[in-house]
Design a binder for this molecule. Structure first.
Ligand code: ACO
Length: 348
């Protein structure tokens, strides 16, 4: 059995910066409200045309591949995590394979939202550990800006999210006690609709229940309708308080699970990189675990919540800033829609 490690890492964020004040042009909100509730000061939005979840993923992947000292021909498997794919199908992994001119390797899409990167990393880890693949490219990328409701009606959700991408190359390592020590994945679908985007989707029942006067349908035609856009059900739906309450329990739980599995303590963590959901959630988790300020990395202030991209972007920034050194214990943890949550413990 091999152990796997992160051999290269990269990120890409679009050039277009939108401050909280910029958002007041579209909706009734304020810098004060957004900063107080979420910690976010600004976020990036992709170009409306030409820049997609895939193209951002490609930019991050190129850097990760170069830093891993391999070429794109060496990549033998692609895993792409996103909730904002270019197409309903096929997924972004094959689009990235095409865009980068890669070999005809396996390409897998992961739909686990905020914990998508942890799930993807865990899958890469298993493939490398068994010896099946030697260079797995893992990408998390999101273009949220194309599907948010930027009117006052959608403000509780739209102010939180931003666009961007991060990527890593996972390889085998022979160095004892180095690399990905363990990963831990969980789910509880009981509250799936508390953080969800229903359409395009096959569950038109949710919308029909709201609109009993909707005439009986012929086959088809309900994937997305004009009415869904008009009444707002087409946009992401979030019960913010339910998400907050569950997140602040599940983050510490899954971090403890990883530490216990490896006979380690919270004081052994050099850097915790939580999914950048909301600065208040990260601060709550930090307090619950008794971690110091410099044991936790946050960059949500600059990028907002970039869902599947948030952990690889933060991991890469922390590494570039010299906050992760050889031998450090790095903990990644995420919680998000589903609900799903997970953690990964890495000896760098
Ligand atoms: N600007 C100004 N006012 C707003 C905004 C906004 N952007 N959004 C909502 N409001 C108003 C509401 O209309 C409401 O007004 P009212 O009292 O007159 O009705 C008031 O602010 C309070 O609204 P709430 O939704 O109750 O605000 P809350 O204090 O719950 O904060 C928030 C909302 C920030 C979403 C909070 O619930 C939260 O942090 N939840 C965690 C969810 C989260 O972080 N999600 C991230 C994505 S999921 C993930 O990554 C895990």
């Amino acid at each position: 059995m091999f152990q796997s490690k992160i051999a290269g890492i990269g990120y890409y964020v679009p050039k277009n910066v939108y401050t909280n004040n910029d958002l007041t042009r579209f909706m009734d909100t304020s810098d004060e409200w957004i900063q107080e509730r979420t910690g976010i000061k600004e976020r990036r939005y992709a170009d409306r045309i030409g820049e997609t979840t895939t193209t951002m993923g490609v930019e991050a992947a190129k850097i990760a591949i170069e830093r891993a000292n391999i070429s794109k021909e060496d990549v033998d498997f692609i895993i792409f995590a996103t909730l904002s794919p270019d197409y309903y199908f096929p997924g972004c992994a094959v689009l990235l394979q095409r865009e980068m001119g890669m070999n005809e390797v396996g390409a897998l899409d992961i739909r686990n939202q905020c914990s998508g990167f942890i799930y993807a990393l865990s899958i890469a880890d298993q493939f490398v550990k068994t010896g099946m693949y030697k260079n797995v490219l893992v990408v998390g990328s999101e273009k949220h800006s194309f599907a948010l409701d930027f009117s006052t009606r959608g403000r509780a959700v739209s102010v939180i999210f931003g666009d961007g991408a991060g990527a890593v190359v996972v390889q085998p390592t022979t160095e004892a006690d180095k690399g990905i020590l363990s990963t831990h994945l969980h789910s509880d679908g009981a509250e799936a609709e508390k953080l969800a985007m229903y359409y395009p989707g096959a569950s038109s029942g949710i919308w029909l229940d709201k609109m009993p006067e909707w005439p009986e349908q012929e086959l088809g035609g309900l994937l997305m309708t004009k009415e869904m856009l008009e009444d707002g059900t087409a946009f992401p739906n979030m019960d913010g308080q339910a998400v907050f309450k569950k997140a602040v329990v599940k983050f510490p739980e899954v971090i403890h699970e990883a530490l216990i599995k490896n006979n380690l303590k919270t004081s052994d963590i050099n850097l915790l990189i939580p999914h950048q959901a909301n600065l208040r959630i990260s601060q709550f988790v930090q307090k619950t675990l008794g971690l110091s300020e410099d044991q936790v990395f946050n960059n949500i202030q600059k990028y907002g919540n970039t869902t599947a991209a948030s952990i690889p972007i933060a991991l890469c920034e922390a590494w570039e800033q010299g906050k992760i050194k050889d031998g450090d214990l790095v903990c990644l943890a995420a919680f998000g829609a589903g609900f799903t949550w997970g953690s990964a413990l890495i000896r760098w």
